[in-house]
Design a protein around this ligand. Structure first.
Ligand code: AMP
Ligand code: MG
Length: 297
């Protein structure tokens, strides 16, 4: 990495907060922002993993803020491995990952935000959404027939439904941030060619066969429609309180570094601290210390 570029600037480059018009074509999936080698990035990531571990300890101890990390991407863009690497140092007691799949019959009997609300992190916790309610304006938008399974009253299914969903999502995220949940959203932007290579690798490597689904090829054919849906999603739901990071994803080591940096920067800005004791609590600790000291005598 060039000495002139501070790590904190790295996340900023890919942050989209709705202040200016977002165009997906401006983000190159192969970009590495001048980070010269995988080795450099891996070293930086190791430092970030340690930093995140320390910040999480305070987040957990303080028990006031919570952090929601949303990951969206097409197949093989690296969601699973980014989550695995970036969060590798955090205490499992303070972190919960939820992977959102095709909604169950029970989930379809509720509004589209219901299952996400059930999985939100408690105060002090980090919640990770591997896919999320954003599927409702992505896969469902690309396959509008999925709406029929949602049992929505017919008069509510109009041409305005996507705009209405964006508004529901923005309102939901604003509500969360006003109540102490920090929302950070990551769209891992992989190129079509890199996806092809990774899907082929899933077919070639026996230990990766399980990740391949025949349906992935059908979705791949709809690439332009997905790109339009992703662009529209970011344009409508990138806000100052719940920004998107549109992260180049052709180099996994770079993706991890950007995601990890964005999380650390945000947590640092909260000025987290261990709980401070009141004079009475300090006095009680003094009494306990004296008692334990006497016990050992
Ligand atoms: P994976 O993450 O690869 O295990 O796949 C999960 C699948 O569930 C993907 O094909 C998603 O598009 C699909 N999925 C997730 N949420 C929804 C949703 N709300 N409606 C329809 N399909 C969904
Ligand atoms: Mg899959």
């Amino acid at each position: 990495m060039p000495k002139s570029r501070r790590l904190s600037d790295l996340a900023c480059c890919y942050r989209v907060d709705g202040k200016k018009k977002f165009r997906l074509k401006e983000i190159d999936p192969g970009d590495t922002a001048g980070v010269e080698s995988k080795e450099d990035a891996t070293e930086q990531l190791a430092a970030s993993v340690t930093a995140l571990c320390e910040l999480q300890e305070k987040l957990y101890a303080q028990g006031e803020w919570s952090l929601l990390l949303v990951f969206q991407a097409l197949d093989a863009a690296g969601k699973d491995s980014t989550i695995k690497h970036v969060l590798s140092g955090v205490n499992p007691q303070g972190c919960c990952v939820t992977s959102f799949k095709v909604p169950s019959a029970r989930e379809l009997n509720h509004d589209f935000l219901w299952r996400a609300a059930l999985a939100l992190p408690e105060r002090g916790q980090i919640g990770v959404f591997n896919r999320s309610y954003y599927e409702e304006v992505l896969v469902v938008r690309v396959h509008p027939q999925l709406l029929e399974k949602q049992k929505l009253p017919k008069p509510l299914v109009t041409g305005k439904i996507w705009k209405e969903r964006f508004k529901s999502i923005n309102d939901f995220e604003r509500h969360l941030t006003h109540n102490g949940t920090i929302v950070l959203k990551f769209f891992l932007h992989v190129s079509r060619e890199e996806q092809r290579k990774r899907l082929l690798e899933r077919l070639r490597d026996k230990t990766k066969n399980w990740k391949f689904e025949i349906g992935d090829l059908a979705e791949r054919k709809l690439w332009p429609r997905y790109m339009d849906a992703y662009e529209d999603m970011v344009q409508h739901t990138a806000t100052e309180c719940a920004p998107w990071h549109v992260v180049p994803a052709d180099h996994k080591w770079f993706t991890r570094l950007v995601v990890s940096t964005a999380i650390i920067e945000k947590l640092r800005s909260l000025k987290l601290h261990f709980p401070t004791l009141t004079p009475d609590e300090k006095k009680a600790l003094g009494v306990a210390r004296a008692e334990l000291t006497r016990d050992g005598a």
